[in-house]
Design a protein around this ligand. Sequence first.
Ligand code: FES
Ligand SMILES: [Fe+2]
Length: 327
Amino acid sequence: MAKRSSSKKNPFVGYPKGWFVVAFSDELPVAGVLKMKYFGTELVAFRGESGTVAILDAYCPHLGAHLGAGGKVVGDTIECPFHAWKFNLGGKCVAIPYAKTDPPKIPVKAVTRAWNTVEKNGCIYLWHAPLGGPPEWEVPTLDVWGDEAWLPWSHSMLHIKTHPREILENVVDKGHFPRVHNTNITKFENEFTDLLAIQRSGGVAYPVGGGKDEFEITATYYGPGFQVSHMAGVLQTRLLNAHVPVDEHSLDLRFGVMIKIVGGNAEKTKGFASRYVDNLTKGFQEDVAIWENKCFRQVPVLCDGDGPIMKLREWYAGFYDDNHPAE
Ligand code: FES
Ligand SMILES: [Fe+2]
């Protein structure tokens, strides 16, 4: 990790460094293609016939077609929709169908950038670093992924016109929970390390459909892009809260839940999972109404009941330090 920024200038310019969830695995089947835009860059994700996922800069080095708009998977390559050049998982052109020579003389520059990608825990993660460079830490393994006693992810996504800083700040913003989420917080502890922001909290929530839920939750951000929560309660759950910047003004927020199958009844547990995702969606939508209309107070006026907003910002700013190398 770079040293944390102490600049008085807004440190949250550009994009942070870290792993970001750009899809749940089931969004990209074998031979599937996804057109994406993240970090202000047009991208294509594809899963080769071997099952391996690649994410490449989308514009073909030949005459600029978007590989995600009509590109087709052939073996472990993606075939451009324009002149059918084929690019492998590393982004290198390996076939030109109408080249005059056999084997074809492939131009050295017929390469498109391949991003560092990892598939793990039922998610596809992309490494982003402002100055390039290889991943600096590993995606942690989710303890219950692949365990047959648990359902896989039930998940959803929201496209939100806000800065990613708001998603992080939301977690430590203790004061908004009663007003925005109708939730009373009784325990609220936050710990920050170089890589992790860990929160242990508890309280009472009043979910959609009535009733009340007492909860106890440990929520850990692994770098700036995603948070995994362990919730204690009647249901055993893991939650994922993951966002990735589309550009500097908008992001995709993916979230999901894994639940341990209750009483051997997977169907009934699926019903719980679906209601859980509905509740998560509703909770985020409550925030979205604020996020899409607020401004950024770089020097906010805080009171003694507020959560550790400035500590969170200092932690988060550390992931943007490569954007400010001269400071
Ligand atoms: S633009 Fe892709 S093969 Fe020509
Ligand atoms: Fe919130």
